[in-house]
Design a protein around this ligand. Structure first.
Ligand SMILES: Nc1ncnc2c1ncn2[C@@H]1O[C@H](COP(=O)(O)OP(=O)(O)OP(=O)(O)O)[C@@H](O)[C@H]1O
Length: 311
């Protein structure tokens, strides 16, 4: 695997549940070795996307390929999925749970798995059914990390952990990922923590990709302008820049724009923070989507592209 090669590539991915489309025409790539935050409001399609990547769900339309393998044919041993509901056997002890992990996974690393459990003082001889929700999360994460995956898919894994345990486990997880070059795709609603954790982002809303790409790239193409209001709406000097969101508070305006040239006129221009950028997109579903060059899929990469080039 070379740097920049995709760990995951979605082409026109769509998923229809009984009530309608959970994902619609999603296309993006996640280069290998990146830590990617998956963000979106409730019902945006995050779990659906992660379940397709984990090969638990089959897409209705389009394809998702992992590490360049044909869609649906990726080696399941290279991927670990930590879902919101952790399917652990309640009657097994922690040690028995890890033993099962060892037997099922040829690349199993017992030490890595035990370290995660021990760091939380979870007794190896305790039955899983007697553990607290947070302790069970730790065991599930130990199983995921013991698998030594190349792609780790996490669906809000830390939601039931106390803040100290959450920080400690995130640190363990990201330390392991950095050391081994593991790609991580992790859904979360905790925007404040993304800035420290992730170098890549995918934002979904209404089943569609709204933002995808390298965090630095995404931040660098946006500007926040704040200033005193003169009359109604934003200053005319901002009108030609694509607008993500404008807000007004008393006599002040704040606009998040994607400048298509120098920003002139009244107000002060600044770089946005990541949380500010995400909140603006989450609040403005009508803002134009943005897929940065590293996240774009090329037509010639499409697994089932049947077009031919005329000789
Ligand atoms: N098995 C299912 N049957 C019917 N509809 C489903 C099913 N699973 C998901 N959906 C619907 O698909 C949409 C996307 O759901 P999904 O769970 O992927 O969203 P999410 O972004 O993970 O949400 P949350 O942040 O609340 O976990 C929702 O409208 C949901 O109701």
């Amino acid at each position: 695997m070379h740097a920049g090669e995709p760990a995951l590539e979605a082409h026109g991915l769509g998923m229809r549940h009984r009530r309608g489309w959970a994902l619609r025409d999603c296309s993006f790539r996640l280069p290998a070795g990146r830590i990617c935050g998956l963000v979106g409001p409730n019902g945006a399609g995050k779990t659906t996307l992660l379940s397709i990547a984990a090969q638990v769900l089959e897409p209705t339309r389009g394809t998702l390929s992992l590490f360049g393998a044909a869609p649906g044919a990726a080696d399941p041993g290279r991927t670990a999925f930590l879902a919101q509901e952790q399917p652990l056997f309640r009657g097994f002890t922690v040690a028995e749970t890890l033993r099962l992990g060892r037997e099922l996974n040829p690349r199993w690393d017992q030490r890595a798995a035990e370290d995660v459990v021990r760091a939380g003082d979870v007794p190896l001889d305790a039955k899983v059914g007697t553990l607290s929700g947070g302790q069970r999360t730790r065991v599930a994460l130990a199983l995921a990390l013991g698998k030594r995956p190349d792609l780790l898919l996490l669906d809000e894994p830390m939601a039931n952990l106390d803040p100290v345990a959450r920080k400690e486990l995130m640190g363990t997880l990201l330390g392991e990922a950095a050391e081994r070059g593991t790609t991580v795709l992790m859904s979360t609603h905790v925007l404040a923590e993304l800035e420290d954790l992730c170098d890549y982002l995918v934002v979904l809303s209404g089943g569609e990709v709204r933002l995808a790409g390298d965090v630095d790239e995404l931040l660098s193409v946006h500007t926040v302008v704040t200033g005193a209001k003169e009359g109604e709406g934003l200053p005319a000097s901002l009108a030609h820049h694509p607008l993500v969101e404008s807000r007004f508070s008393g006599r002040q305006f704040t606009a998040l724009i994607r400048p298509d040239g120098p920003v002139t006129g009244p107000g002060e221009a600044d770089d946005p923070g990541l949380e500010e950028l995400l909140l603006a997109y989450l609040r403005s579903p009508e803002a134009p989507p943005l897929i940065t060059p590293t996240a774009q899929v090329r037509a010639q990469d499409q697994a089932y592209d049947t077009r031919t080039v005329a000789a």
